[in-house]
Design a protein around this ligand. Sequence first.
Ligand code: ATP
Length: 893
Amino acid sequence: MRHHDPPHAPPTWHTLSKQQVLQQLTVDPTQGLTEAEAASRLHQQGANTLPRAKARPAWLRLLLHFHNPLIYVLLAAAVLTLLLRDFVDAGVILAVILINALIGYTQEGKAEQALAAVSAMLASEATVLRQGGKRKIPASQLVPGDLVWLESGDKVPADLRLLRTHQLHISEAALTGESLPVSKQSEPLAAHLPLAERSNMAYSGTLVSRGQGMGVVVATASQTEIGRIGIMVGEVVALSTPLTRRLDHFARLITLVILLVGALVFVYGYWVRGMSVDILFQAVVGLAVAAIPEGLPAIVTIVLAIGTRIMAGKQAIVRRLPAVESLGSVTIICSDKTGTLTCNEMTVVRAMLWEETWRVAGVGYTPVGALSPLTREREVGEPLPAAITALAQCALLCNDAHLLAHEGEWQLAGDPTEGALLVFALKAGLTVEHDQQAHPSVDLIPFESEHQYMATLHQGGLLLLKGAPERVMALCQMSQQQHAQWQVRIEQAASQGERVLALAAAQLDGASCQLTPDMLQGMTLLGMVGMVDPPREDAVHAIAECQRAGIRVKMITGDHGATAEAIGRQLGLLACTPTTGGEMDTLDPAALAERVRHCDVYARASPEHKLRLIMAMQANGELVAMTGDGVNDAPALKMADIGVAMGHKGTDAAREASDLVLTDDHFATIARAVREGRVVFDNIKKSLLFILPTNGGQAGVLLLAILAGVAMPITAAQILWINMVTAVTLALAFAFEPAEPGVMDHPPRPAGQSLITPILAARIAFVTLLMIAVTFAVFEWELARGSSLEQARTAAVNMLALGELAYLFNVRNFTAPAWGRGGRRGNPVAIWVCLILVMLQLLFTYLPLMQQVFHSEGLDVTSWGLILLFSVLIFLLVECEKACWRWRQVTRI
Ligand code: ATP
């Protein structure tokens, strides 16, 4: 019987038995599909991807670029100019509005593409059985009939009919809106049940919140329930951030000021100076056009987008654009320990029996290394004690990891803690096949950070348990004295930075095939093992760098207090005396807020503790970045100012809750992202620092001319020309500007600090005045020496453009001298844009067409000489101003 559903009738997979489902999908449950069959089904069915959310149509997006108060003012100016029958100027203004919208539109398109490409790097994976082997494949490659494993934190990659479940709970909020996770099972159900009650199905796009399961794919891509009801996946890339919104606000303010000043100028010119309405309109239009920083929004977006791309190149993928800005002002980074700060290559180095402790030699996952007693030499031919073999057997059987020999190298598939235990068992002479065949596994309770243990039940009633010593000892029979002695030995091993795990066993009467937590009691402690996981070298450097940059690094780990303290010291954390989860439970929020000021190491902490810690730090006014990987870390990741998920070992749930994903899981990557965030913020500031004096200078020149009652040194069309060429060429250079020297040597920018600081405003005012002075001087000097009005204006335009060019080299450093940076740290884009600008200015001055449109005229050598002289003067004067700040020890502005 084949499944013949009409395309829109609800599928009835939930009513069929497991055998029927497997039969219909023609798949062998022990082997999975063959690669050939999977490929042919993929060809037939298409890739397992859902239609992405559609962005706005292109025409609307283009139109939206005109929806801006600044552009309204420009449009009004164009209309006014038309009314004055000045068709050329009106044409230029309209052309600029159009070009500006086009530039904004393409830049935005590029920024969106860059972000979309970056988020595509986060495609999820699925664990499947194919051709008899378990492997990870991209979720997009799944086909109906594939057997897929699910575990907590996974996003269900396709619609599955569940075949096996173990405490499987799935949150189906994405599909049904129900926020509580629902419990799943694998038996057939009645036909009429609504979607939300089909407990033997797992639907694409929902999240596994707990437990494990396995199922067969029954539908992929748009055939899935989520595809059928038309929910679009993937967020539309949002380009608006708090910063761009603030800039929008700023732009509105400027518009208001322009309108006000324009009105005043009109009144003043008409009544006080008795100027004609025509001339006044021209002046006011020129003023409006001059003061409007049209290019600014596009520049900021492009700086943010390029910052995102650079971060992606450094293994840090930004999921939400605002994170790029806030990264620069992070004051605390909270990090997990295992795998982020440490190498996550565990090696068992000690095995503790009740009688004595043994050393285990060898490094890595190669199962070669001798076992010998700690306090004496092992005699030649001395057999391993039976207690060691029992310990090793528990380590091997209560284990989910696999070791693979690949071209002479041993690789681990699974959790490193379990890998270390497996290697230990092999070093003790056990073999995986033999022991697993002798004691086939019947059921298990998987490891979860919350309960900190894992247990397995084997045929014949053998119950094995391993986990954190406190948890395991609490389930074992032992005297108080034994307990106390073990405590001392645990502390001893942990204080060397070792992770200690206790292993225990019990023999159950009767053949049970279900394992529940209440069966874990009265067990016998077999012993303990201590394993090392060295700190990552690059993490040590990155922590030191963060500390220099005024960022406090805190470690939050599930490990033992003494282990955490030892590792914390090796990493160079500042306050290593640990606070444990138990202690945190006794502290009220105020006390915890006080504690977090002085403590950098948190041990035996659960995801809820992470949440409390974030709240405590935020209550102290800190801006917190927090790492996480498990499904239960999602709330903490959302609460943190920057949630950082692990791309490698992290779950889909954690990734979806995060702002930043580390593709390599390393702490050093966070530090690099913070550094890049600072650079982005600096570059936005530099763009402002650059663009605003251009507008200020032009507006000032016009205002001065009106007040003084002399001819306008530049026309509206010419102003627009300068704004365009400087915005599309020069300002773009700042998106590619490398870091300031010492960008990580100063404390974070205080949260809420205004974008334009007093020193920044002072610099803008200073350069504005300089620009006004030199432009006016060149214009008046040309007139005085008998040049035509057109020539004088052309000279003024070139003065502004080349003055900007010279100033570009000042702005590249806030206060450090411009000549300090060569070769490696240079910005080739800056050189290119300067060349382009010079070319454009030459065209402006000498091309007949341009001369017609802009009323420009050729200049002689003397004019050029003066312009160049003044440009150099601007450069030198700004350098002097910078030197003054340096002298006052100011390096940031
Ligand atoms: P971090 O939060 O720094 O990454 P972690 O995530 O490694 O630390 P957990 O994985 O929560 O911390 O582990 C907490 C404790 O649980 C460990 O100290 C160890 O005692 C125990 N444990 C870890 N892995 C396993 C496992 N696979 N089986 C049994 N117990 C384990």
